[in-house]
Design a binder for this molecule. Structure first.
Ligand SMILES: C[S@@+](CC[C@H](N)C(=O)[O-])C[C@H]1O[C@@H](n2cnc3c(N)ncnc32)[C@H](O)[C@@H]1O
Length: 399
């Protein structure tokens, strides 16, 4: 049964619901929607009991948890890395972009990477996997696009649902952009949830700001978690970890590496906030840059020229003026996305930047993945406890 229509519930009632944090989105969309209320009797009456969660998948498991995952649209591995850190062993990573696949293979030679269209992947081979995860393409829902949703040929939610039907994972995690929270997609969200409910999953959808999980960037992401009712009863969204480091603190050593005397001032006075949301750009629209004009303007206030991306050695030096604008390198962008420096990116600058800019920050994937792991294993705790009040940079731009 699809969830209740949001319009039937007074808006204020959604600000905080009994199951966890929920926010009203500034654009009028709902930041959190949930329906974990698939009762056992409903499931049983529908003949669904036992359909999900069969553990027939027998991949070699190397993590301590023994939990396995299939990830679609894996990109350069932001989500994959965070899920690995949360205890999920990737049985398969699916990605169509050759540069992103090279990056996955370079960093994790043991992962099975399927380089190709997810439409050609047969889910039955992964029957009983613990987690099916993915960051399906955002352009159908992004404000930067035409917001065609299901009418956009790039929409891969139907493929994700097909794989859930075929692989019957215990848990589902799909992330997308804030645009999907907007009222125009209410019916589409209902359809997605309805399909999962019919397959025996409870669902919970939440808007999460990456900046609340240690990432120096707002980067709001709308995350859908699907779990069978018993597991959903144990699921809690991870608590924010506190105020994130500023861009200045995150990048200072890289920016100062060529002896720029303005580096300390840049860190303390110009880049003393979190970044606007980084974007990867599309293949169609060419070059690597830091996004739409509003984002570029925010970067300029931080002393960063957002019109392009620098080559590796092209950073400020001893003779650079203290107030000069400079461009981010790929490594700087990767740090702003929460990647560790140990994660390599292959390919030429524009193609590699696209994979960095499209990523789901590993720390956020870790936090949500850990919450899913706890729901599956029955571990207690909420790992990501609040260390300090969260400060939002409201001038930064979300996508
Ligand atoms: C938002 S990005 C995912 C980012 C990734 N989750 C990460 O954390 O790095 C979407 C990805 O879907 C991939 N993609 C788009 N269409 C696809 C298809 N038909 N089959 C497989 N992958 C596809 C894109 O190449 C892109 O890397």
């Amino acid at each position: 049964m699809p969830t209740a229509q949001l319009g039937q519930v007074p808006r204020e009632a959604h600000r905080r619901c009994p199951c966890g944090a929920s926010r009203l989105d500034a654009a009028g969309g709902w930041s959190s929607e949930h329906d974990s209320g698939l009762s056992r009797s409903v499931v049983a009456a529908a003949g669904l009991d036992g359909i999900v969660g069969r553990a027939s998948y027998d991949a070699a498991m190397t993590s301590e948890t023994g939990l396995t995952s299939v990830e679609i649209c894996a990109g350069a591995g932001g989500q994959a890395l965070g899920l690995e850190q949360a205890g999920f062993d990737h049985a398969l990573a699916v990605e169509i972009d050759p540069t992103a696949c090279d990056t996955l293979r370079a960093n994790r030679p043991t992962w099975k990477v399927h380089e190709g269209d997810v439409r050609g992947v047969e889910g039955k081979a992964y029957d009983g996997i613990d987690l099916l995860a993915g960051g399906v393409p955002c352009p159908p829902f992004s404000v930067a696009g035409k917001q065609l949703g299901a009418d956009d040929e790039r929409d891969l939610f139907p493929e994700a649902l097909r794989l859930v039907r075929e692989a019957r994972p215990r848990a589902v995690m799909l992330e997308n952009v804030k645009g999907l929270t907007y009222p125009r997609f209410a019916n589409y969200r209902d359809q997605i949830r309805g399909a999962l409910h019919e397959m025996g999953y409870g669902t919970h959808w939440q808007l999460i700001y990456s900046s609340e999980y240690g990432v120096p960037q707002l980067r709001p992401r709308f995350i859908l978690v699907g779990l069978r009712p018993d597991d959903m009863a144990r699921f809690e969204w991870p608590a924010p970890v506190g105020t994130p480091p500023t861009v200045g603190k995150t990048l200072h050593d890289l920016v100062a590496a060529n002896g720029w005397t303005g580096a300390d001032n840049w860190r303390d006075r110009r880049a003393n906030t979190v970044a606007p949301t980084i974007v990867g750009g599309s293949k169609k629209h060419g070059g690597a840059d830091l996004g739409p004009s509003r984002a570029k303007a925010s970067w300029a206030l931080m002393g960063v020229d957002g019109r392009g991306v620098a080559d590796p050695g092209d950073i400020p030096g001893e003779s650079t003026a203290p107030d000069a604008l400079f461009r981010l390198t790929l490594r700087m962008g990767a740090r702003v996305q929460g990647f560790p420096d140990s994660w390599e990116f292959t390919g030429r600058k524009t193609a590699a930047w696209r994979t960095v800019g499209n990523a789901f920050p590993p720390p956020v994937a870790f936090a949500v993945g850990s919450a899913i792991r706890r729901a599956l294993t029955g571990e207690s705790g909420n790992e990501a406890t609040t260390a300090a009040p969260v400060v939002r940079n409201t001038s930064a731009i979300g996508r």
